[in-house]
Design a protein around this ligand. Sequence first.
Ligand code: MG
Length: 316
Amino acid sequence: MVESKPARRVRVVEVGPRDGLQNEPRPIPTRTKIRFIESLADAGFPVVESTSFVNPNAVPQMADADVVMLSLGRRPGVRYLALVPNAKGLDRALAVGVDAIALFTSATDAFARANVGTSIDGTFARFAPVVDRARDAGCWLRGYVSVAFGCPYSGPVRPEAAVAVAANLFALGCDEVSIADTIGSADSDAVTDLLVAASSALPIDRIALHFHDTAGRAIDNVQAGLAGGVRVFDSSAGGLGGCPFAPGAPGNLATERLLTTLSAWGWESGVDLATVERAVAALVAAGANDPGTNAGDAALLPDRERCGWVTGSSSA
Ligand code: MG
């Protein structure tokens, strides 16, 4: 008699419309973004990171955040996550019905200063008034720890340092915390070390991992994450979010690659790959840069000065 195996479920959080598209050099029409987000929701993602309520002067690509969130046809059960950097951003987000909020901080002071102009503590000072009001409004909160494995300014990051920042995000009231390898420097040993450090300090079932494929190790890192008990992974449809100035230098792990791999390993995500592929094809057809460059080339690291890491764009 063959015993049925228990379902092995993972959650995949789609970040392409925000973490990906904010790096596109050319303006993308608002209606194209809306269709992209709606198609990704149709594909079955539980969370679609959709836009960002940052200063439009700092990130022009996200200047239409209000219209995007107002015009979106929302699927019940899907969280349309929006990045909110401060109280002003929260005012805008709540006014258009946002109910899932992303807060960005960093594992290093150097990256926080370069990216958002303040220290790690400074980012938490900005979060405090946001979190209280967002909670009162019933929002779901997701925190991000950027450069959790390596920083372009201060080098390798100790696991304990990244874990401490994540613990503070939970203490602040985040429902989930995504730990991000923003420059793609992690390897599977580093992921294992981080999860060992996290095991006594963080709720592993509320941790997500956000890998970049810059050095071609994202899938190995996902495997290490699964082995360490993590069941939530971020990815970007089409691999959007690579550096637009360095063709062949991939950034965010491509959703298609993650879904294919998880499926081959026997993990269920509930996301339909064909629908994701159609969403990306429609985006490309609508004139965005061809995102199909996520082939992996460790020699082509992005130029940090030109890749949105220093533009106040809250990179993850
Ligand atoms: Mg990213």
